[in-house]
Design a protein around this ligand. Structure first.
Ligand code: THU
Length: 133
């Protein structure tokens, strides 16, 4: 079993490898999958700014490449005064791989500060139901 605190430490470690020369804002993410594995990501910026990807997106890509598609918990960490929230696009990406129990932990460098379900953070997600005609 992996505790949120050790998932937090993995996110902090991944954050150190963030490639953020333009914003100088490093973000780390660590996913605990439904099967109990950990997948990490960091933001990867690009000189063509819109090409950059968020830490959450990188961690989701690692999870999918690892053959999994359900997030149990995700920790997102940055060094900011106000704890950061995943951007809208990342919330939608998280929702693709979530269930009602999926928990999003928001952290600064000192630890997890707030925890929410995906439903709390994105109550009106676009899902398969929305595609029905
Ligand atoms: N960023 C993330 O990686 N995750 C978030 O939740 C918010 C923003 C990144 C994108 C960009 O590289 C930098 O932070 C500044 O926006």
């Amino acid at each position: 079993m992996i505790l949120p605190e050790s998932l937090f430490l993995k996110a902090v470690k991944a954050r150190k490898n963030a490639y953020a020369p333009y914003s100088k804002f490093k973000v780390g993410a660590a996913i605990l999958s439904a099967k109990g594995n950990v997948y990490v990501g960091a933001n990867v910026e690009n000189v063509s700014y819109p090409c950059g990807i968020c830490a959450e997106t990188a961690a989701i890509a690692a999870m999918v490449a690892g053959g999994e598609n359900l997030i149990q918990e995700i920790v997102i960490v940055a060094d900011s005064k106000e704890i950061i929230s995943p951007c809208g696009a990342c919330l939608q990406r998280i929702s693709e791989f979530s269930n009602q129990k999926t928990t999003i932990h928001l952290a600064d460098l000192s630890g997890i500060k707030k925890s929410y379900t995906l439903g709390q953070m994105l109550p009106f997600n676009f899902d398969e139901e929305s595609l029905r005609q």
